[in-house]
Design a protein around this ligand. Structure first.
Ligand SMILES: Cc1ncc(C[n+]2csc(CCOP(=O)(O)OP(=O)(O)O)c2C)c(N)n1
Ligand code: SF4
Length: 353
């Protein structure tokens, strides 16, 4: 007889205590054809290691599909399925619902199985945004959507996406004589937007594979918390960002140290910075963005004026946003006054006691 299952339990994936204590098993292994120094491939490897063997992975079209899975060969050791560009959200819900139905009908063993759907920034922040948004409204299914962000449509030769940084040289925005900067839009705030707009989503985080342990532990936390969850990773891409592959790790660190990429997690509506971003939020000096930008060929056409503009935008985020990286809203004067009044009232009440 069929057994009723409402919300499936999740695996209890405790945080890894240190790199020396990591399991040796790999679930995304050799044989893929990504570029040397590809951080997105590293994200796949760390993600699979963090999730462990009882995991189903769904991959949206992009470098991490095309370069990792050729007919009759794959680097995935766990079950894996390709899904259309823009469908990571629907694939995640469909798979989680399918597993639940099979367990309810006793067609497969009842056990917690991780469902992870990944997508690139083109497939996630552009084409697949509506499907991800819809997926994050289903509290009854456990899944993680991971958006690996190499800041372009890398697989089809580095086209501009809504995650491409201001001014970058892409095949859609080459610097020219008439217009040095062709792409003038600022990068979309994906993690903050999804966290703010989806009350059923219990966990949202930003990660960076240069901080591998911290990244894996964010994945483990998302999978343990359960329900619909979302993680956004920033991935240096030697081909699209135009640098020597040996620099990938350094660039990942520089993105955080310059404040360009704040590391944070939002668990049940509570936001915390972590890693180096925590110390930056507490006052640690940020490195100049110049150090990050000028190591990448895609910004080689930048003048001092362009670098200053970029720096000012990053400063604005840290100085004026309600929460740097997450909530791009400033408090209006009225709210500020109200807060000051409330603080004064609390201080006065405390003084009376
Ligand atoms: C609907 C659709 N349009 C276009 C393509 C061609 N295409 C394949 S991969 C890709 C780029 C995907 O970019 P992104 O999601 O950022 O992943 P990345 O390639 O950067 O890893 C495109 C446009 C496709 N497969 N499907
Ligand atoms: S183009 Fe970029 S994302 Fe794609 S495989 Fe190469 S390094 Fe990785």
């Amino acid at each position: 007889m069929a057994t009723e299952l409402t919300v499936l339990p999740t695996q209890n994936l405790e945080a890894f205590k240190g790199v020396k204590k990591l399991p040796v098993e790999e679930y995304f292994t050799s044989g893929h054809r990504t570029c040397q120094g590809c951080e997105s491939a590293l994200v796949m490897k760390l993600m699979a290691k963090a999730a462990g063997p009882r995991t189903v992975i769904l991959g949206s079209t992009g470098c991490m599909y095309v370069a990792n899975t050729t007919y009759y060969s794959t680097s995935w050791v766990v079950p894996w399925m390709h899904t259309q560009l823009g469908s990571s959200g629907s694939a995640a819900v469909g798979t989680a619902a399918g597993l639940k139905a099979l367990m309810r009908k006793n067609r497969i063993k009842q056990e917690p199985i991780n469902v992870i759907a990944f997508c690139g920034d083109g497939g996630g922040a552009d084409m697949g945004l509506s499907s991800i948004s819809a997926a994050l409204t289903y509290p009854e299914y456990n899944f993680l959507i991971l958006m690996y962000d190499n800041e372009s449509y890398a697989n089809t030769d580095i086209q501009l996406s809504s995650m491409t940084p201001y001014g970058a040289n892409t095949t859609f925005s080459p610097p020219g004589k008439a217009r040095r900067i062709l792409h003038k839009r600022w990068k979309k705030n994906m993690a903050g937007m999804l966290a703010a707009g989806h009350p059923e989503c219990r966990y949202v985080a930003t990660v960076d594979a240069s901080y591998a342990l911290e990244m894996m532990n964010r994945i483990r936390k998302a999978l343990t918390i359960g329900g619909p969850t979302f993680i956004h990773s920033l991935d240096p891409c030697p081909k699209g960002w135009d640098y020597d592959p040996i620099q990938s790790h350094d660039l990942g660190e520089l993105a955080v140290e310059t404040g360009v990429w704040p590391l944070f997690e939002i668990e049940d509506g509570v936001l915390k910075f972590y890693g180096k971003s925590k110390s930056i939020a507490q006052g640690r000096k940020r490195k100049p963005v110049r150090e990050y930008l000028l190591r990448q060929g895609r910004f080689a056409h930048f003048t001092d004026e362009d670098i200053d503009y970029f720096q000012k935008k990053i400063d604005l985020m840290w100085d004026r946003w309600l929460i740097p990286g997450a909530v791009c809203i400033e408090m209006g004067d009225d709210i500020r006054k109200q807060l000051t009044r409330a603080e004064q009232e609390v201080a006065a009440a405390e003084a009376k006691q």
